[in-house]
Design a protein around this ligand. Structure first.
Ligand code: ADP
Ligand code: UDP
Length: 246
């Protein structure tokens, strides 16, 4: 598999074509952004940590029967993925209130959401990723109703797999953002699952171990991502060493 031209450079990842037009290379960079790209910094080792973290989670989801774009790790900061026709929509599931839902609905941070909520946002930084609903998606042609229904079903299925996985490591899965796309007509999970796109709190202390450390200038951002990974059983060094020899 040869890596060819760079097709797109996003805020945290770059996307490359390969010599097979059904596959892409995702490069996880050290760039870190928040507030729709208004706060940007380079955090050493973030690309590697998120790439290996994402691979671990995507493989867990695949094993649980959830189709993902992940194929394999190519290097410390690159993964081979299926090329999806992405829907420009962010699917957010929340188990505990935090972030924008508290501002929007005036609810206190930390209350349990039972059943969990499902929200849709348009992927558009200039507009600040506005909240939308299924009707907007249908009217503006951002996705077919059946595909959004499937994305919602898969978003909740992800919760069933990941909530207990994190809890076993003493971590609360507060909320997370997913992006889906189509591959051979099937709705498939794309993009990444890492502490950049979810909220993770220590179960005992409720300490934030995710990108809120960057948003709120709490320090030890990557150290916390790595700590979460290690508590899940990820051995970053051995994984990188294994790719290097394969
Ligand atoms: P952003 O575009 O929000 O700045 P990133 O820096 O993470 O985000 O860039 C990665 C881009 O690649 C995103 O736009 C994402 O939707 C897209 N993407 C992720 N996975 C796939 C895939 N399997 N196929 C096609 N595009 C993908
Ligand atoms: N999220 C994300 N990308 C976005 C917006 C949100 O990954 O462009 C994640 C965020 O990290 C959190 C969840 O989605 O885990 C819900 O985010 P929220 O709506 O609370 O927005 P925030 O206040 O974090 O901007």
């Amino acid at each position: 598999m040869n890596k060819l031209d760079k097709l797109y450079a996003g805020k945290a990842k770059s996307v490359f074509a390969t010599d097979d037009d059904r596959y892409l290379v995702l490069e996880f960079r050290d760039d870190t952004s928040a507030f729709d790209g208004k706060k940007v910094e380079k955090l050493a080792r973030k690309g590697m940590i998120n790439n290996i973290f994402n691979a671990f989670i995507m493989q867990k989801l695949e094993r649980a029967g959830i189709s993902t774009h992940f194929e394999r790790l190519l290097s410390a900061h690159e993964s081979l993925v299926k090329k999806l026709d992405m829907m420009p929509v962010e699917c957010v599931v929340r188990n505990i209130a935090a972030g924008s839902i508290c501002r929007r609905l005036g609810v206190p941070e930390g209350i349990d959401l039972n059943p969990p909520t499902f929200e849709l946002f348009l992927k558009n930084d200039e507009l600040g990723d506005p909240m939308i609903n299924e009707s907007h998606i249908a009217s503006f042609g951002w996705g077919e109703p059946g595909h959004i229904a499937r994305a919602r079903e898969l978003s909740f299925a992800v919760n069933e797999v990941l909530k207990p996985l994190f809890l076993d490591a003493g971590i609360l899965l507060v909320d997370y953002k997913l992006e889906f796309g189509l591959f051979d007509g099937e709705v498939v999970l794309g993009d990444e699952f890492s502490p950049d796109g979810c909220r993770l709190w220590d179960q005992e202390t409720r300490e934030k171990l995710d990108k809120d450390r960057f948003r709120k200038e709490l320090g030890n951002v990557i150290e916390s991502y790595e700590l979460v990974g290690r508590r899940l059983g990820i051995d970053f060094e051995s994984t990188v060493a294994a790719i290097a020899v394969s």
